[in-house]
Design a protein around this ligand. Structure first.
Ligand code: GLU
Length: 320
């Protein structure tokens, strides 16, 4: 059903939050520091294949940590739950994204949304695909976005050159047997996956694909099995916003993932994908303006999973 009130609402959100200029662009990866701090894009894609957007919705930026749920889904698909959960947990750590802590007894990373867990997941993809891993990953991300995506070479080189902390994490994981010997190749895959170029339209469509039981609503292509979508959305709900995940669940209440280039992708199950881009970050590495917009939109549309106005998506309800 064509909707005529959502576009004015997105326009209104854009205009309302345009003056917001708190936060700093990430510069620990030198190439990210070149982003225009004023860029601001919003896109919303529905599970029935409509797009509503405002501002810099086609401005490219690197996906960074928003890649993490998508690779996690692939790793479970390839290796199964038992093997993946022996290497990476599902507990929010409350730690920063690049924390070097592992679980005390198991030595697993706490979850796949922090760097340690995501590097483990990239290593699992490398373990299965070898040198084909990037191609496979790009094909899957592209299917979710609905068109071919590619790696930003300058950001990749910048991450590779300066990623000493990630390298240290990877070697600690190797020490504890969480990743296999080819740790440099796994890291390389991780740096490349973080450097994939997207815009808010792509992320909204990727989110809409997850909201639509894993099928891209624009192309009709099945991208993820529904059981993997459940895994991905669960981990996004509990761990998607770094050490802000609890507050996010409280205030916005939908599965989401942020990245240090300034993107935030949210999913409303069975309804829509929603993405913002604004590169000024708060101290936790989340987009300041992006979070404000998401809080506002969730309130405006009653998106929070426990909002009394939200009718939910359960089949059970339909059968009662
Ligand atoms: N490539 C970034 C890093 O590993 C990703 C971090 C992020 O977006 O949270 O530092």
């Amino acid at each position: 059903m064509k909707n005529d009130w959502l576009q004015p609402l997105i326009d209104q959100m854009y205009a309302k939050h345009l003056p917001h200029n708190a936060g700093e662009v990430a510069s620990y990866i030198p190439e990210l520091g070149k982003a225009n701090p004023n860029d601001f894009g919003i896109s919303l894609a529905t599970a029935d294949g409509q797009i509503f957007e405002a501002g810099d919705s086609t401005r490219p930026f690197t996906i960074q940590s928003i890649s993490k749920p998508f690779t996690y889904g692939m790793a479970i698909e390839l290796h199964g739950h038992a093997k993946v959960s022996a290497r990476v947990g599902v507990e929010p750590s409350g730690d920063v994204f690049n924390s070097i802590q592992l679980e005390k007894d198991s030595h697993r990373p706490f979850n796949p949304m922090i760097n340690a867990g995501a590097i483990t997941v990239s290593a699992l993809l490398y373990e299965h695909y070898g040198d084909e891993a990037l191609e496979q990953l790009l094909a899957r991300f592209s299917a979710a976005a609905g068109h071919p995506l590619s790696v930003d070479e300058a950001v990749y080189q910048s991450e590779k050159r300066t990623g000493h902390r990630n390298r240290a994490i990877a070697h600690l994981l190797l020490n504890f047997g969480m990743v296999e010997e080819k740790v440099e190749q796994a890291l390389d895959l991780y740096f490349k996956q973080c450097s994939i170029l997207v815009n808010t339209r792509d992320l909204a469509v990727m989110g809409a694909t997850l909201s639509n039981l894993g099928k891209n609503p624009f192309t009709g292509v099945d991208v993820y099995d529904i059981d993997r979508v459940k895994d991905m959305l669960s981990i996004m709900f509990t761990c998607g916003l770094y050490d802000y995940s609890g507050e996010w669940a409280y205030k916005v209440g939908v599965p989401a993932k942020s990245g240090v280039s300034g993107g935030v992708m949210s999913v409303v199950n069975r309804q829509l994908g929603f993405a913002t881009y604004s590169p000024r970050l708060d101290a936790r590495g989340n987009s300041c303006r992006g979070i404000e917009v998401c809080v506002d939109l969730a309130n405006e549309l009653g998106l929070h999973v426990f909002d009394c106005m939200n009718m939910g998506s359960s089949y059970l309800k339909a059968m009662l």
